[in-house]
Write a new protein. Structure first.
Length: 98
């Protein structure tokens, strides 16, 4: 499936997925499509020939990371196999000690 299938070119998700920036940060509330945009961004990079080992999507929960991996496999992104998945890091924010 092409990365931009059924993706509105005027949507924020399209802007994230199609960005030419080397690094992207998406800040938005729950249920706004961050994971959807991230999935499409990774798909686009892989379709353009990026090395999967050089892609690091970052999520805030294990559930989001698992969902991302499962959905990438479901949409049939080329060059992605279950045994060669890009690493997904889980971030934990800690308040500095006073």
């Amino acid at each position: 499936m092409p990365w931009d299938r059924d993706l509105d070119p005027n949507s924020p998700s399209y802007g994230v997925a199609s960005s030419q920036a080397r690094f992207n940060r998406v800040v938005a509330g729950p249920g706004t499509g961050k994971s959807f945009a991230l999935k499409r961004r990774v798909a686009k990079l892989l379709e353009e020939g990026a090395d999967p080992k050089r892609i690091l999507p970052v999520t805030f929960t294990n559930v989001a990371a698992e969902d991302l991996q499962r959905e990438m496999l479901q949409i049939g992104v080329s060059r992605l196999r279950e045994d060669s998945w890009v690493h997904v890091a889980r971030i934990v924010y800690a308040h500095p000690q006073s």
